[in-house]
Design a protein around this ligand. Structure first.
Ligand code: DAT
Ligand code: MG
Length: 148
């Protein structure tokens, strides 16, 4: 099944939004397959955001990601990459719909509390980067109550 990489950024951890964010993915019916609490260094953050290295906001983005611990996760489910992005909401909180995580909890693009992979391919790459040790296999016993 499809998997995505989700990170609760340092502001989400500092603001006590970890449980709320995990709850939204859980209640939707996605399966938590990997979870870590960690702080990364600049080189690692730069690798994660390598595609954005030419952007003017890149250094500020890296400062932000290394500014405190993050919660990183792998979530699994049908369509989890694109539906996960819908749960998260638009990149700029001014455009994120109410009801989405960014729409409900954030104001500034540089403090938008959460990252989610933008494609199945980048989800795979981000999983390999953040979870080189691999993730556990399990399937919730309620599987047949979520999937037809
Ligand atoms: P997303 O996180 O929605 O996938 P992205 O991959 O385009 O968005 O950018 C990564 C992060 O970089 C984003 O969550 C916040 C920051 N960012 C993006 N565009 C920005 C901008 N114009 N000014 C400041 N920060 C920006
Ligand atoms: Mg992105």
């Amino acid at each position: 099944m499809e998997q995505t990489f989700i990170m609760i950024k340092p502001d989400g951890v500092q603001r006590g939004l970890v449980g709320e964010i995990i709850g939204r993915f859980e209640k939707k019916g996605f399966y938590l397959k990997g979870l870590k609490f960690m702080t990364v260094d600049r080189a690692f953050a730069e690798k994660h955001y390598a595609d954005l290295s030419a952007k003017p906001f890149f250094n500020g983005l890296v400062d932000y990601i290394v500014s405190g611990p993050v919660v990183v996760m792998i979530w699994e489910g049908k369509g989890v990459v694109s539906t996960g992005r819908k749960l998260i909401g638009a990149t700029n909180p001014l455009e994120s719909a109410p009801g989405t995580i960014r729409g409900d909890y954030t104001i500034d693009i540089g403090r938008n509390v959460i990252h989610g992979s933008d494609s199945v391919d980048s989800g795979q790459k981000e999983k390999d980067l953040w979870f080189p040790e691999g993730i556990n296999w399990w399937r919730p016993s309620q599987h047949s109550w979520i999937y037809e």
